[in-house]
Design a protein around this ligand. Structure first.
Ligand code: GTP
Length: 334
């Protein structure tokens, strides 16, 4: 079976990191998100992954020059213009000539779901499309899904007022589709799979959903992207964890790496302290820096103090500067 992975979005919420690196190419546990995803798909027997590309396709092609990722063959489908999720699925599936049951995955979701189980459920119910659901503590910020006893989707409720949600289950971004779903997506224009195609399938009674409590995270925001890395570091995943300091990172022996991840192709200077921080490929951290709760892709010069910040590839924190996110209250003002 083949899978389409959506990787062509702008990733605006993760700017400035995504100005230079598309979100699915950012590392989680020192491996690009896309590699984590393809590895999960290979365990379910997926034989080819179609990358639905749009924004910045080149980094994907450069990262997998032999056209394989985690042992799986890749097919590159580059959209001429952004088509949104539904339009991108249709374009990529047609580009690859998909004409059988297939899997679709959002390129920014990480989960320990057994995709094979979702496929089996899809076949048992003879659904036209099946979506994976995950429970959340506060459903009022999401689109919530209501099911009947057989797993058929009855309706979607967008951002229900607190206390009124029919369930706490939300779309977790992994789907199994029959090729007939493609005929329901109009060609050549932007189509949202979530807002247009799924409601049309609900009206036909042919959309089913399977809820599981497997590990799940949407890596699309700085806080959740950081959390996804910590979950890997702290061993909260079904898959094995990762090293805090990747092979190929130059970390001075006097530096302190505390609950942080340091990628290959980075430098961390003498006596610098990293706490709850992600250091991304290309980052340069000088001597005697203190970096707390941050994500660094650019340069932090000596004796700088950085708290709760996201520093993009072009970002420079000059020597001796104290930089803190405005979202953290300044203790000196209280
Ligand atoms: P934000 O701009 O921060 O919302 O991120 P995003 O661009 O990734 O959008 P969103 O998280 O809603 O997208 C979900 C998934 O669909 C991500 O994996 C995106 O890469 C992908 N995606 C969104 N829009 C498009 C598109 O127009 N074309 C393609 N190929 N993929 C898309």
């Amino acid at each position: 079976m083949r899978a389409v992975v959506l990787v062509g979005g702008f990733g605006t919420r993760l700017r400035p990191l995504t100005f230079t690196t598309p979100k699915p190419m950012l590392p989680v546990g020192n491996r690009p998100i896309i590699e984590n995803l393809v590895s999960m798909l290979s365990q379910a027997g997926i034989s080819e992954v179609v990358l639905a590309l749009g924004f910045k396709p080149e980094p994907f092609m450069a990262a997998f020059p032999d056209g394989r990722c985690a042992g799986v063959a890749l097919h590159y489908a580059v959209e001429p213009e952004p088509l949104d999720t539904g339009g991108a699925i249709r374009f990529a599936a047609q580009h690859a000539g998909i004409d059988d049951t297939f899997v679709v995955v959002n390129g920014d979701v990480l989960t320990d779901l057994d995709v094979g189980r979702l496929i089996s459920f899809h076949r048992e119910t003879a659904a036209e499309a099946t979506i994976h659901l995950t429970p959340v503590d506060d459903p009022s910020a999401y689109g919530v899904v209501e099911l009947d006893d057989t797993g058929r989707v009855k309706r979607f409720v967008e951002k229900p007022a607190p206390g009124t949600a029919p369930s706490n289950l939300i779309n977790a971004g992994t789907y199994v589709f029959e090729p007939s779903v493609l005929e329901r997506i109009e060609g050549g224009r932007k189509v949202s799979i979530e807002r247009e195609t799924f409601p049309a399938l609900v009206a036909k009674g042919s959309l089913f959903a399977l809820s599981t409590d497997d590990y799940w995270i949407d890596t699309g925001r700085p806080d959740t992207y950081r959390q996804a890395n910590f979950d890997m570091l702290d061993g909260r995943r079904r898959i094995s964890g990762c090293d805090a300091v990747a092979v190929g990172a130059e970390v001075d022996s006097t530096a302190e790496v505390d609950h942080s991840l340091v990628a290959a192709g980075t430098k961390v200077g003498a006596r610098s302290v990293l706490r709850d921080t992600i250091v991304l490929p290309g980052a340069r951290i000088g001597d005697d820096c203190q970096i707390l709760g941050s994500i660094v892709m650019g340069r932090v010069e000596s004796e700088a103090n950085v708290v709760d910040c996201v520093i993009g590839a072009d970002g420079i924190v000059s020597a001796g500067t104290k930089l803190a996110s405005t979202s953290r209250p300044d203790p000196s003002q209280s």
